[in-house]
Every structure is written in C-alpha cells, then in structure tokens.
Design a protein. Structure first.
Length: 95
C-alpha cells in the first residue's frame, strides 16, 4: 500500500496548508481525506501535488518495504495455491 506520510512533512517544510491546497490550488477536500487515509488517488493528483510543492514523487509518497514483502508473500502464496490446484486437476496415474 502506498502511504502519504511524507506529503504532510513536505507540506510543512514548504509552508503549504491543506487549506491552501483546497482554496488556492483547487484540490478537492475529498481528495485530501483520501490522502490522509492512504487511499488511492489519481496520478493527475500526484502530478499536481508535485507541481504545487515543487518536489519529486518520492517526497510525497512511498511504498514501505514491509508492504512490498507482504505483497510478495501473498503473490507466492497465490502461485503455490494455484499450482497445487492444477496438480490436483491433472490425471496422474497411480503406481
């Protein structure tokens, strides 16, 4: 899961408030709520935030390593489960 903890740090460092995002830069309040909750936002929104804050994407969003490990483990589990299901479907002669 992508998290936006760095966004708030960058905003503070650049002296940009959520009020300014809404009032001066037309970022919808629902979008700000989604960012606070680490929910999905569009790449257009991320692009706009980077332009507003004059920063790089990694300064406002990150994919924590533990989340990457969880995703990798889930993918491996899914693969093994599917492989096992396929093996069970095959007609293997008994000896």
């Amino acid at each position: 899961m992508i998290v936006f903890d760095k966004l708030w740090e960058t905003m503070k460092a650049k002296h940009v408030s959520t009020y300014a995002l809404r009032d001066r830069f037309d970022i919808d309040s629902r979008t700000i709520r989604r960012l606070r909750a680490n929910q999905t936002v569009t790449t257009d929104t991320l692009d706009k935030l980077c332009r507003i804050l004059d920063c790089k994407l990694y300064e406002i969003a990150e994919y924590p390593p533990e989340e990457a490990e969880k995703a990798k483990a889930k993918n491996e589990e899914d693969f093994l489960r599917e492989f096992e299901e396929e093996l069970l479907k095959e007609d293997i002669p008994e000896y």
